[in-house]
Write a new protein. Structure first.
Length: 278
């Protein structure tokens, strides 16, 4: 691994100033489970690392019946997955977090890192897309909140500017919410998703999010249109699943062929809808 300078600031201001001072080749370190792997493989070769784990406010997780859930950027996936409010109110987000890597990985990894890494197959991305999450961002000159729908810009690309730091992810409160997360991978444990989906039901509204089928995780908008207000008969479920599959535009890669992924979307969306109906 190439040598680098390491900083562990105690405030967001200090962290952002360091990133700006050292320019584009300074990188934020959170749990490190993506970044350090890339550094070991010389895929990312930072001159400067800014470790944000010394910033106390980023370790907060809170839930309020009106405001919903806030997961600070440095909250470990293992803590989030076992948090009572998450398990009781957003069980499918907890399920998704529990599928990331191994126990050791989840004791370091964060949901902010999982999404800032902007991989199309990140396991916590489809639940938060289905939940219309909001990403809270600190910048030296301004703070902003960005809908998760505007956060991903492409493979490994987000809307963040250099020097900006995600402080946490907000998820609205829902009164009548159910959801199903399904991960398809080659191995049952410690494997990346070949395809992942989240299907959520908010009252009568159906939301369908899919990962590893496009350059970013996406919502199946046409399938959602078809589903909303419709009675979930077997025939309708098949139509919705077919439509979701037609919206998936995956690639062939080492994990699976394009055709396999499309077929899995169909199966996973159908099974999720059946589960939500029954
Ligand atoms: C063995 C192994 C198995 C894995 N299995 C899975 C899996 O099954 N599913 C899956 O989705 N992922 C998996 N991963 C990938 C990884 O664990 C996750 O993506 C993890 O959630 C990343 O979080 P982190 O805190 O470790 O991020 P880091 O590695 O610290 O950061 C990732 C990227 O996000 C940026 N970043 C981090 N935090 C912020 C912030 N607050 N503001 C702005 N930018 C930020 C960093 O600069 C970096 O570019 C695996 C990794 C390993 C090593």
């Amino acid at each position: 691994m190439k040598s680098f300078e390491y900083f562990k600031p105690q405030s967001l201001k200090e962290a952002s100033e360091l990133l700006i001072k050292h320019g584009e080749n300074s990188h934020i370190l959170n749990g490190g489970t993506d970044l350090v792997v890339r550094m070991r493989e010389n895929l990312t070769t930072p001159d400067v690392i800014v470790d944000i784990k010394g910033i106390k406010e980023l370790h907060k997780i809170s839930y309020d019946e009106k405001e919903g859930l806030f997961v600070g950027a440095c909250v470990k996936l293992s803590d989030m997955a076992h948090n009572r409010a998450v398990v009781e109110n957003y069980s499918f987000l907890a399920d998704a977090a529990e599928t990331v890597g191994s126990g050791q990985v989840r004791n370091l990894a964060t949901m902010a890192g999982n999404n800032c890494n902007a991989s199309p197959l990140a396991d916590t991305s489809t639940p938060i897309l289905a939940l219309d999450a909001v990403v809270c961002i600190y910048g030296l000159n301004s703070e902003r909140e960005v809908s998760i729908h505007d956060f991903f810009k492409g493979v490994r690309k987000t809307c963040l500017s250099h020097g900006e730091i995600v402080t946490g992810i907000k998820i609205p409160a829902y009164k009548d919410l159910k959801g199903v997360f399904i991960k398809n991978s080659r191995r049952k444990e410690v494997d990346l998703s070949t395809v992942c989906t989240t299907v959520a039901k908010v009252g009568n509204e159906i939301r369908i999010a899919m990962g590893a089928v496009a350059p970013t995780p996406i919502r199946a908008k046409e399938a959602e249109k078809l589903a909303n207000g419709a009675e979930l008969t077997d025939e309708m479920i098949n139509k919705i699943a077919d439509t979701a599959a037609s919206e998936a535009k995956p690639i062939d890669d080492v994990r699976a062929s394009r055709e396999y992924r499309i077929e899995m979307v169909r199966v996973m969306v159908r099974r999720s809808l059946e589960q939500l109906r029954d």
